[in-house]
Structures are given as structure tokens and as C-alpha cells.
Design a protein around this ligand. Structure first.
Ligand code: HPA
Length: 272
């Protein structure tokens, strides 16, 4: 069974339980998962019940789809995502975005926790993903093109929707949030980068580094889903302050910024 057929079966199962057509898809990154708890009239579907969905193993990632209304706007939240470093194939990592496409999702918001490379950022900075660098050495669009979703050679100049970027800055201004913008560079992980890798990232134009999101953006662009991405800078990247990095620090900062990040998303979706 090819990836398209798998996505059709996954979407078919979800459609029996909830109607997500016209919804905004939201992939909730580390520390943001609790936004799904605010979804009203929620239909909650465990990944383990969806045909062909793998399970998430990362602690702190719930592993379920939450479909309902947030601030009056129809949403499909992914509470927990799949990471390449967990050992999944890129096609599996990005598959939920294709399933969302088949569900009739009209836009996508991708979020993550990331390390700050831009020295003007701080722990807790929110960064709009203006552009990205795929440094994972892999691509979910490799192999026979899935024509049902999109073209062989998809454009990436407009991968992140310009109008949504404007709306995000509008929303941030209204909330008095100092939203920054920058280039997100994805590494394979699971180790945090070395200081030398971060100096390299800085030289080639990255403002933030992380281990997710790029596969999902690539597949969304291929399937022509207007997309916006926002990173929470949970730590300055390796070598910048000289301190060792730890997942618990990343979690603590994500938790501290949680309310602000949620407020931004909740206002943004009303404008999209
Ligand atoms: N590097 C990669 N991924 C991350 C980081 C980082 O410094 N912080 C949070 N996710």
C-alpha cells in the first residue's frame, strides 16, 4: 500500500468521527500541547486508533488529534508530533499533514521549540519562521511523486504564507508580544548540536535550530496548504552562552512562555 492509500484510510477513519473540513490544522510543539485542552466540543482521537498512524514515544507528547473549536474557529490540533529522530521514515513523520489535507483542512500552523542562534534572541523569544533550511539530509518528497497531493518540483519561495506572516505580526502587536522573525534550520537530532555546528548554522544564515517542522512544511507546500510556523526559543543554541543544554531547561522555558504562545495562536486563528 502506498503512502497515498494509507493517508486515504487514515482520513476515512477520522471522517467517521469528526468533520474537519475547513478547519485550521495546528501542530503543537513541545510545551504547547495543553492548548488542545481548550478546544471546545472536542472530538479526541488517539493516534493508536488511527490506521497507519505510528505512536509517539516522546514524554510530554500526548499522541492524539483534537478536533473542535478554539476561540470560535474550527481546528484540528495534533497534540504530539512524529520526529525523524524517533526512527520514523520522513514520509511517516509528515503523513499527518497529508491526512489533514484529505480531511479538508484549509491552513496549517506549525509550532516547535527551538534553540536560538541569532544573538539578539533570548530564552522565551517567539520567532515567526520566515524561511527554513532543510539540513536533515532527508526529504519526505523523495521517491515516486504522489501526484494526488502535488507536483514533482514544488516551489518553496512561498512555502510560508506571506499574508499569514502579516497577520501574525498584527496579532503579536495587539497582544504586546515582541514577535521576531528568522530562518529555522532543521537538524536530524536527537543530540543537541555542537558549538561548531551552531557556528556553521550562524554563518549560513540560520536564526534558530531544531529537530522538527521542516518535513511538515515541505509536505504542506507540496499539497498547497497555506502554512505559518512559529518557534519558541527555549534556549540559546550550543556554545552561544557556553552552558550545557538540557531537555529539562527546554521544557521549563516552554512552560514559562506557554500562556503567551497560546494567546498569540488563539488570536492569530481568528484572523486567518
Ligand atoms: N537544538 C535543537 N533543537 C532544540 C533546541 C536546540 O538548541 N532547543 C529546543 N529544541
Amino acid at each position: 500500500m502506498n503512502i497515498y492509500q494509507k493517508c486515504v484510510e487514515s482520513a476515512g477513519y477520522i471522517k467517521q468521527l469528526a468533520d474537519a473540513s475547513g478547519a485550521i490544522g495546528i501542530i503543537l510543539g513541545s510545551g504547547l500541547g495543553n492548548l488542545a485542552e481548550e478546544v471546545e466540543d472536542a472530538v479526541v482521537i488517539s493516534y493508536k486508533d488511527i490506521p497507519h498512524f505510528p505512536m509517539t514515544n516522546v514524554v510530554g507528547h500526548a499522541g492524539r488529534l483534537v478536533i473542535g473549536k478554539l476561540n470560535g474557529v474550527k481546528v484540528v490540533c495534533m497534540q504530539g508530533r512524529f520526529h525523524f529522530y524517533e526512527g520514523y521514515d520522513m514520509k511517516i513523520v509528515s503523513m499527518p499533514v497529508r491526512v489533514m489535507k484529505l480531511l479538508g483542512v484549509r491552513s496549517l500552523i506549525v509550532t516547535n521549540a527551538a534553540g536560538g542562534v541569532n544573538r539578539s534572541f533570548n530564552e522565551g523569544t517567539l520567532m515567526l519562521i520566515d524561511d527554513f533550511i532543510n539540513f536533515m539530509g532527508e526529504n519526505p518528497l523523495t521517491g515516486e511523486n504522489v501526484e494526488e497531493f502535488g507536483p514533482r518540483f514544488p516551489d518553496m519561495t512561498l512555502a510560508l504564507d506571506n499574508n499569514y506572516k502579516k497577520l501574525a505580526f498584527e496579532a503579536a502587536k495587539e497582544l504586546n508580544i515582541d514577535l521576531r522573525k528568522g530562518v529555522y534550520m532543521s537538524f536530524r537530532g536527537p543530540n543537541y548540536e555542537t558549538p561548531a555546528e551552531i557556528r556553521f548554522a550562524e554563518v549560513i544564515g540560520a536564526d534558530a535550530v531544531g529537530m522538527s517542522t521542516v518535513p511538515e512544511i515541505l509536505v504542506a507546500r507540496h499539497a498547497n496548504i497555506p502554512t505559518i510556523g512559529i518557534s519558541c526559543i527555549t534556549n540559546m543554541a550550543a556554545g552561544i552562552t557556553g552552558e550545557a543544554l538540557s531537555h529539562s531547561e527546554v521544557e521549563a522555558v516552554a512552560k514559562r512562555v506557554n500562556n503567551e504562545f497560546k494567546a498569540l495562536l488563539k488570536l492569530l486563528i481568528t484572523k486567518m
